[in-house]
Design a binder for this molecule. Structure first.
Ligand SMILES: *Cc1c(COP(=O)(O)O)cnc(C)c1O
Length: 359
């Protein structure tokens, strides 16, 4: 028996969304961000489907090595950079570029004796206060890197937005101004735009854009819907209705009995739960689509199952497919019902789910 829970990955939608990135940022090069297993879609399949992007970005060295071992020859940027000389050596051997975000990494580069110089993206902090060297240290850092024989010639200067998920937050423009001013005349290519900035801040595009979430057809914006930005959902998560039971008015459902039947009614059980990556925080009322119709989740999400109210869908039958998010049911809406963001839902789908591809 095949597993009921399925994540169907629409590779054409992925490629379509990459075209949308290019449509927005016509003159920029595109670095597709495929960290966290391609935002949960499967890093290798995403990399292969997005072979027309100009480069890939990942967070961990293991991810970069997985790509190289699979024969991916495109430039790969390691967003967190290296943390010791062994990692630096691996980067060099596999031709992986590194973000340098801390003076300690510049020291390591100066002290290393590498056979081939490493490509470096220098990250400056323009307001996010997570990673990045201070703006005041940009000139001296660039000078040291340019003078370092272990560093390749073309250094890109980058930064990252902290509040771009809110289209109207003025701090994004402030950060952008800071970035442009700080890097004016530094002679390096520049990169700051994530998905939100690609869609909402054209002046931020610069030489390289770094889309993540929009490639997967989910919105980077609070209260946003990707379809409103012309994007197509890539993952459709579904499972099967494995039982339909009839309960009496007042019966309490599931763990904790937090939900009681308001009348005699039919309750469906769908084979998906937090063990598959469906969020336990999804509240009663979260929509599930069966046979094109929306029915509400009721009771608590279990590890392997959820219950749905079938009062409005008497035609439902055991074996019917239930869509949890994706085509016809925006992952943004489910994220809102679970008090989280699409990023988290997508990258938390577990290995237990059967992944299939639509080409
Ligand atoms: C994850 C990440 C991105 C992509 O962000 P999205 O919001 O998914 O587009 C871009 N740049 C950096 C440095 C990142 O860490």
């Amino acid at each position: 028996m095949t597993r009921a829970a399925e994540a169907s990955i629409d590779l054409q939608a992925l490629q379509y969304n990459l075209q949308q990135v290019r449509r927005h940022a016509k003159s920029a090069q595109v670095m597709a961000v495929i960290k966290a297993n391609g935002y949960g879609h499967g890093m290798l399949r995403v990399a292969q489907a997005l072979s027309s992007s100009d480069a890939f970005a990942v967070a961990k060295i293991e991810e970069a090595l997985t790509l190289r071992n699979a024969g991916i020859t495109k430039p790969i940027l390691l967003l967190e950079g290296f943390s010791d000389s062994a990692e630096l050596d691996q980067l060099q051997r596999h031709g992986v570029s590194a973000v340098v975000h801390h003076p300690s990494q510049i020291e390591q580069l100066e002290q290393a004796s590498l056979v081939h110089p490493v490509e470096v993206w220098l990250k400056i902090d323009t307001g996010m206060h997570r990673l990045g060297i201070a703006i005041e240290q940009l000139d001296s850092s660039l000078k040291r890197l340019k003078g370092c024989r272990n560093v390749a010639d073309s250094i890109v200067v980058m930064s990252h937005f902290a509040n771009a998920d809110d289209r109207s937050d003025p701090r994004t423009e402030t950060q952008l101004k800071r970035f442009i001013n700080a890097t004016k005349g530094c002679g390096s290519l520049r990169s700051i735009a994530n998905s939100a900035a690609i869609l909402a801040h054209p002046q931020s595009h610069q030489a390289w854009v770094r889309p993540g979430i929009m490639l997967y057809g989910a919105s980077p914006f609070i209260k946003g819907l990707a379809i409103d930005d012309g994007l197509k959902p890539v993952m459709t998560l579904s499972s099967k209705l494995i039982a339909i039971n009839h309960y009496k008015k007042g019966n309490a459902l599931g763990y904790g009995g937090s939900w009681r039947c308001p009348e005699d009614m039919a309750v469906g059980v769908v084979a998906i739960g937090y063990g598959d990556g469906y969020p336990r925080a999804a509240r009663a009322g979260t929509p599930v689509v069966i046979d094109g119709a929306r029915v509400p989740l009721i009771g608590r999400v279990s590890m392997d199952m959820i219950a749905v109210d079938l009062r409005t869908l008497p035609s439902a039958a055991i074996g019917d497919r239930a869509i949890l998010w994706g085509g016809g049911l925006a992952v943004e809406e489910i994220a809102e019902c679970a008090q989280t963001i699409p990023y988290e839902l997508l990258c938390r789908v577990t290995e237990r789910v059967r992944f299939t591809e639509v080409k």
